[in-house]
Design a protein around this ligand. Sequence first.
Ligand code: ZN
Ligand code: ZN
Length: 279
Amino acid sequence: MEDRLIPVTSVATGMKQSFAADIHCLTIQVVNVCFVGHPDQPQDWVLVDAGMPKSTDRILEAAAEIYGEHNRPKAIILTHGHFDHVGAVGKLAEHWGVPVYAHRDELPYLTGRKDYPEPDTSVEGGLVVKMSRMFPNEGIDISEHIRPLPEDGRVPHMEGWESIHTPGHTEGHISLFRQEDRALIAGDAFITVKQEDLSKVLTQKQEISGPPRYLTVNWKQARKSVTKLNSLNPKLAVTGHGFPMRGATLKENLEKLDSQFEQIAVPKHGKFVGDEKKD
Ligand SMILES: [Zn+2]
Ligand SMILES: [Zn+2]
């Protein structure tokens, strides 16, 4: 799976941005990874998600730029286990010697016990949906490093943050929320680019969207998860794909997605539509 290279690179590739003193985001190809922790405390940070396959070096470089050389994170937290969020996780965990945390329900896909269903290429959408055929759906095995997140919502090494189970896109998908400044790291629970549309992915045109269609397995849960996140009234949302959204734009868009989820997010047809039960 490491050898399968996905030929998609967005305008934002390699772009590093900071959204709060302690939230830094790097876009690699089409997916975002987050570095959470203040650069003034370079021993005390975590990485959220681990990008596309082959992005190990790029993540290490960015980490060195933010926290200085040789300052490893305390842990890696995964929003979920899809290939574009775990690409470098094995190598990074090995290199840094740090634990990786994910929701209990996601562990089968991270310990080699289960594969995700194949991408649903029958949902409507453009070229990316067709290309998704090439996307690896195999679970990975990082048994040596992976640990379940605490059930009470605490996030190890992320003081003030809470993990929120937001299933639908995958069974064990989580989002991370910090009450103090209402910052949200949403993973793929909703995203701010229409991931099915190649031209929008390439230009990263901002547009609120449900979870990427071709990989989402339970739309009923996905809808509930969006409602849950909307009710938190976040001020900043860093999503797995697309540029972060904040303030009034976020509020307006998230409310729209919540109230018109059926029209905006759910594909009209597809193998997981109307299928409430998975596996
Ligand atoms: Zn995903
Ligand atoms: Zn994703």
